[in-house]
Design a protein around this ligand. Sequence first.
Ligand code: NAD
Ligand code: TYD
Length: 351
Amino acid sequence: MKHNKAILITGGAGFIGSHVVRLFVNKYSDYHIYNLDALTYAGNLENLQDIESSPNYSFLKADITNQEEINGLFDKYRFDGVIHLAAESHVDRSISDPLAFVKTNVIGTMILLNAFKDLWHNNFEGKRFYHISTDEVYGTLGETGLFTETTPYDPNSPYSASKASSDHFVRAYGETYKIPFVISNCSNNYGENQFPEKLIPLFINNIINNKPLPVYGDGNYTRDWLYVQDHAKAIDLVFHNGANKETYNIGGFNEWKNIDLVKLLCQEMDIKLNMPKGESERLISFVKDRPGHDLRYAIDASKINKELGWEPSVTFEQGLVKTINWYLNNKKWLESVTSGAYQSYYEKQYT
Ligand code: NAD
Ligand code: TYD
């Protein structure tokens, strides 16, 4: 079949990106989906084994911080649309190595923008650059209130500062070079295939291995959790129906204090692992707080709901149980990720 659009998805071997790639490959047989990923520690092609032989899918191993390499790929494949997810994404890593975040998240985004601008320059008709961003650009909320699309940017971590900066560059390229763009800022995601360094998969893995659950500070920090496949559906809607130059906030209408979430997770794990009630909770260990720890994130997702008809399809309890089941049924994936074995998959499969 002739593919009438070439769509580039960056970071497609990562957590959210793999769900977006799968959704697009399965749903849009008339698009060719190019998954571009450098396969850093967070990129795992085993996430996409089920679709890797689809005729409308190709994997491109490339680094978004290499302008020459990226320009070559844009010239060769002439991407009509870009959905940009590739990033360094973990706040704790950004505290120990902030420059890596500037390089990938800021410079890498600019390199993609440059390549897109140079490819289409004065003829952007039917083209779109979509930047996937985070609610963390807005900084922190107090006990009340919600982030809206007009909340001023006020990032507190090197990660959120790098994402805020890349959002600004996307907007600036839109104004200056007329690149058609759209941005979405989403809350914390959870679900299948998340690298076990983020709260939920880390704690699932630690409970399986009877290791302590390190809760930062007093655990009274609040996040708004969204099931990853609902984020992928929102990305599909924003990419196709979002208005040019607009921002859409995406969230789960689902706030949890860390400590309450961890207790719920422990209860579910006790049930799944046939352990006595309270067994997993005994692993909770309050540890030194994260520097600059944002107190609370919560999203007002009414714009995407009203304008594009999006809403989460699962409740948190349903999504959490799906997630726990997935990790328990995919212990091999967890072992391969924690041992580093997944990093040889590309060599075995693609070279
Ligand atoms: P992730 O860390 O799981 O995946 C990132 C992917 O980007 C990996 O596959 C990695 O190999 C790739 N990558 C990193 N550096 C690269 C480079 N220089 N060149 C090419 N590829 C590179 O991240 P995620 O959690 O899936 O997040 C994806 C995007 O969504 C990020 O932009 C993140 O800021 C944003 N986001 C994440 C969340 C969340 O809760 N995880 C919430 C809102 C927004
Ligand atoms: P995380 O999953 O790293 O996402 P983010 O920092 O982007 O929100 O962390 C979610 C919350 O859980 C955050 O308040 C920090 C806290 N946290 C812990 O208490 N212990 C941990 O080991 C981790 C990874 C996070």
